[in-house]
Every structure is written in C-alpha cells, then in structure tokens.
Design a protein around this ligand. Structure first.
Ligand code: TEU
Length: 578
C-alpha cells in the first residue's frame, strides 16, 4: 500500500514525542555566539537519552534573519551561520543512526524580501513575468500611493502596523501578514505552488521525515482581499479574518499531499501551524480520509490569558477556562483527526513561568506537573528545547536586552503612542518570544556551556542552578521526570489510544481526567493540583488503592479515598478491568 495514504492503521507518530530545536539557541560549536548544526550533532546523545522520537528543526535556510530565519531567501540550502548542506546530511544521518527522525520547518506563506523570487517580482514591475508570484495591489481608489490610509485594505501585520508596504518604483503595495521583509507568496498562482512542491520533494529525497508547516492555514486569501477586522497585534481573534482558512485552503493542502506526500515510500509526519483554527476546521484538516495533514497546532489554549490588547496584554489564566478549552479539543478530535499537544515553542514565554510557578520552591514540581498534564492527553506531545529542564523566563532589564522583531516593533509602536516604557517592558518581560529564545542551558559554566563566544542573546543567569548537566545527575530532576513520561508514552497504549474524560471541570485548582483504553481494559487517572496550596480531592470510585504509575512527589503511597494533593503535585494511576 502506498504510504501516507492509509486511513486505517495507527501511524508511528501517534505514540511519538517530538522535540523542537531552535538552532540559533541550541548549541554553538564555532564560538560565533549563534547555535549551529554541528552543535546539534554534538548533543544528539542527550536527546537520545531523553528518549524523544522526532526532532523538529526551526528554519536553518539562508536568511537575512529579520525574523530569525522565518524569512527565507533560499529554500534549498543551509545558512552559513548554521553550516553547510554537508553538515546537514551528517546531522540527518546521525539522527537516523540513533533511531530518531527529523522534521523540517516549511515556511511558505511568505519568503524573505531578499529571495530571488521576490526581487524579480518587485523589479520586473507590474507587467513582469514574476509579478504574480506575490500579492501586489494598487492603492485604495482615490488615494495617492504612499499616503496615509492608501493601503489596499485594512489588514494589520502580526508584527505591528499595516500588512502592506508601498513600493515607490511601481506605486503598488505588496502584502505581508508578518514583517515587511516577509512578503506573502501568491498561492493562487499554480507556478508558485509547483515550485514549493518541487522544493519539498527535494528535501524528502535528501531523507527528511516530514514538515512542520508555518502558518499554513493563512495560505489562501480571497483574491478580492476584502477589508476585515484588523487583527490585534500578535493576538488571535475569532477566526473571522478572511485569510484564516481562506476559500481554497483545503484544496491547496490536498494538492500538496497528492503532489508531494502521497507517493512517498516512507510514512512522514506533517503538522500545520494554524492560528485561529477552529475545532471543526482542524478535524477536516486532519481527517485521514481527506489526505491533507496529520495534525495541527491550534492556538486556543495559549490565547486564554490574553486581554483585548492581545499578546502583550497578559491576564491571569482561569484554570476552568483552560479545562473547557483543552477538553473541547480532546472531544472534538476523539473520533476523527489528531491533536498536537504543546505548552511551549519559540513563540511563547516559558511554560513554567506562564502556567506554573518558577520560584525556587515550586519550579521543579510545577514543571513536572505541566508535563504530566500535557503528555497524558490524547495527541502527539511536543517539547520545546529547555522545557525538559524547566527553563524559565529571563530577567530582561531594558529594551536593549530584547532581540525579537515582534517585541521591538511593539515597543517602538507603544512608545510612539505615548505609553509608559516601564509598563510596556513589564508586558514584554512576561510575554516576549525572547523568553523562549535565550540559549539552552547545558551546564553551570559561563554562558551555560552554549558558546565560548558572546551569545547573540544573553543566557539566563539561572543556568548556574538550572542546567542539563546538573539535571542528568539528579534522578529527581525535571529532565528525568520527562524521561519517565516519554517512556510511558511508548509503553502504555492507553496514553495513545485511550478515550479522554475530564473530571472536576468546575474546580479552580484541580486538573483531573481519565484515559480509558477499551481494547486492553486499561484506565489511567491523572490528578494534578495547579496551585501553591494543598488541596483535598475526592478520588473517583474504584481508584482508591490503585497502582501509582508516576508522580512528581517523593512519597507515592497507595491512593486513599480522599487524597490531599501537595502544592503542584501531579500523579498518574493505573487500573485494569479484571
Ligand atoms: O508564527 C505564527 C504566528 O501566528 C506568530 O506570528 C505568532 O502570532 C507570534 O509569534 C505571536 O507572538 C510563525 C512562527 O512560529 C513565528 O516564529 C514566525 O515569526 C511567524 O510564523 C512568521 O513566519
């Protein structure tokens, strides 16, 4: 049977755990202060020890790095900052040699404005042969090109300001949903689509095992480009923006599947990053019968603690909202489709600081709790580098400590509008993407063992206590807890296949649920206390005295009928129908 076409048998990635590497911040082998492919190669044994199955590499392609590589100027090479194609082949072989797989980041909603496709499109003018590879429009009728409000429509960029930039030479505007250095490709043009598919096939021939597809639900725009709700800067709206899951999106992804993935001899992994995707759409994208994608990254659960101002308007999270949201997603993809599970990636503040408690007293336990809750859900769990160490947000002092274009644009825009710099900084400290991008903390030495040069962004000073070397030597560490969780996913079919049922939905502090695997009669119970106080919980019928599979507290006694969970305690129990 051709691979990637089966809708029946479980796919290998259903009991896999994926680890995301942000190469720039992972390990620097040549002392230029920026991580590289050789650095990754040198730490593959660490990843094998952790036990993950798949590595997802954030972009390593040539790029001007306006958005740290999410602005690609050549899809079929490696940026010299990171190494060469030979280094890449060595990395891939070394990953495969350890029984792991490698998934590439595919960023094809936009290119860099320095990609030859874009320079040809721009420099050829309105009648040029490449013009239609990007989305060019004249100014609004009656407006002078470049005048305020002359943009072709009212869309805002995710990174502040309008989603259009004026090209003086032609008087037209090009669309960029992200930075002005990230012009959107025109997916209406079949030549664009074929060029992307050819590039994907080239990477598959090189041996990669799949793709993580950047903002892939934004590819299809209504060619009329109608005005819509201006997206709040960096926030996730209600999905009504007309470029979210636009008119031809399913057609495009089905075509990509047919042209690139369907005939491939290996079973690959595809995951689509999808801001504002709804459950119904996610089910359609991941229904194996539709042959589009294996799974999606949805954004609902990472949007619940944002105020109306979006990303940099942090609000306390209500646990009941989180349970409603994650519970709905479990239910919505229970029969058809597949979930991805994540708290963290390179675009978010650190999970232990955002959802847990990064104080010295609770950091280890709350990091392990978050891992337990996430990894026991149904879906494929993703670990973002350093999450397995409980790495926390960084103590950024001034705006000069930040590097991210989204944070810097936001700061500039707010200050220009008269905001109080201290307040803007406080929001950036809580939510900037740079929190996720401080270098990996390998040991207690200078710069955390990340580089012997000067790191491109400062290493978190807590690396003296929070680092991989110390945690590998400590069986009670977050690292070893992750190892146990990952191995549980490999050995316990109920984690992969069991039905999900939320318990105590109205409790403000307890996150509890069961996973029931009818095929082998196994049931798992998760009890977690998302608070810094002890909380007594009513143990559901039939669970008293059951076997403890895993817990983040030392004393693992048989479960009593009423159990007092310690602050940030999480435990997993198991029973089998006799
Ligand atoms: O992110 C998509 C996305 O929705 C982000 O813009 C998100 O809104 C932002 O990071 C919130 O802080 C993807 C990549 O993961 C991100 O790193 C890129 O900057 C972006 O696409 C553009 O390629």
């Amino acid at each position: 049977m051709p691979q990637n076409d089966s809708s029946a048998a479980p796919a290998w990635w259903q009991n896999a755990v994926v680890y995301q590497i942000y190469p720039r911040s992972f390990a620097d082998s040549d002392a230029d202060g920026i991580g590289d492919l050789q650095g990754i190669i040198e730490h593959l044994d660490y990843l094998a020890e952790l036990g993950v199955d798949v590595l997802w590499l954030s972009p390593v392609y040539p790029s001007p790095h306006a958005d740290n590589g999410y602005d690609i100027s050549d899809y079929q090479d490696i940026d010299p900052l990171f190494g060469t194609l030979d280094d890449f082949d060595r990395l891939l072989a070394a990953v495969h040699g350890r029984g792991m797989k490698l998934v590439m980041d595919l960023v094809v909603n936009h290119t860099s404005d320095e990609h030859p496709w874009f320079t040809a499109s721009r420099d050829g003018g309105p009648a040029g042969p490449m013009r239609d590879w990007y989305i060019w429009r004249p100014p609004r009728p009656g407006k002078e090109p470049g005048a305020p409000g002359a943009e072709p429509n009212n869309w805002g960029s995710f990174f502040s300001g309008p989603a259009w930039t004026h090209d003086e030479a032609s008087g037209e505007y090009y669309l960029h949903l992200f930075a002005r250095k990230q012009p959107d490709l025109n997916w209406e043009n079949p030549e664009v689509r074929q060029a992307v598919y050819a590039m994907m096939r080239w990477w598959l021939e090189r041996g990669v095992d799949g793709f993580r597809m950047d903002v892939v639900n934004l590819l299809s725009k209504d060619p009329a480009l109608p005005d819509g709700p201006v997206p709040d800067h960096g926030s996730y709206g209600d999905g009504s923006a007309s470029y979210v899951c636009g008119p031809r999106i399913h057609e495009f992804l089905a075509e990509m599947h047919r042209e690139v993935l369907a005939g491939h001899p290996r079973r690959l992994l595809t995951v689509g990053e999808m801001p504002d995707v709804t459950i119904d759409e996610a089910r359609r994208f991941t229904d194996p019968a539709n042959r589009e994608l294996d799974m999606v990254f949805q954004f609902e659960h990472v949007s619940l603690d944002l105020g109306p101002g979006g990303k940099f308007d942090p609000r306390p999270l209500r646990l009941t909202d989180l349970k409603v949201s994650l519970g709905r997603w479990q239910e919505g993809l229970a029969e058809t489709g597949w979930n991805s599970l994540y708290w963290n990636n390179h675009d978010h503040a650190r999970a232990v600081s955002r959802f847990g408690d990064d104080s010295p007293e609770h950091r280890v336990r709350s990091a392990a709790l978050l891992a337990t809750v996430l990894h026991l859900h149904r879906g494929t769990p993703y670990i973002y580098q350093g999450e397995e160490l409980g790495m926390a947000n960084a103590p950024f002092a001034t705006i000069d400590d930040f590097r991210d274009i989204e944070s810097l644009n936001h700061y500039r825009e707010q200050i220009a509008a008269g905001a109080d710099p201290e307040q803007v900084l406080a929001a950036l400290r809580a939510r900037s993407r740079d929190n996720a991008r401080t270098p990996m903390q390998w040991d207690a030495s200078a710069h955390g063992g990340f580089t012997t040069g000067t790191p491109w962004i400062a290493v978190n000073p807590d690396h003296r206590t929070v680092n991989a070397k110390a945690q590998r030597a400590d069986l009670d560490s977050v690292f070893h807890y992750y190892r146990r969780l990952i191995s549980l996913r490999h050995t316990e079919p109920a984690l992969t296949h069991g039905d999900f049922r939320m318990l105590h939905p109205d409790d403000e502090r307890i996150y509890a649920f069961t996973r029931h695997h009818a095929a082998d009669g196994t049931e798992l119970l998760v009890l977690a206390n998302i608070s810094g106080e002890s909380v007594q919980v009513a143990v559901p019928d039939g669970w008293a005295g059951t076997e403890t599979l895993l817990a983040n507290v030392a004393a693992v006694e048989p479960l009593p009928a009423r159990h007092t969970l310690q602050p940030w305690e999480a435990r997993v129990h198991r029973r089998t129908a006799s």
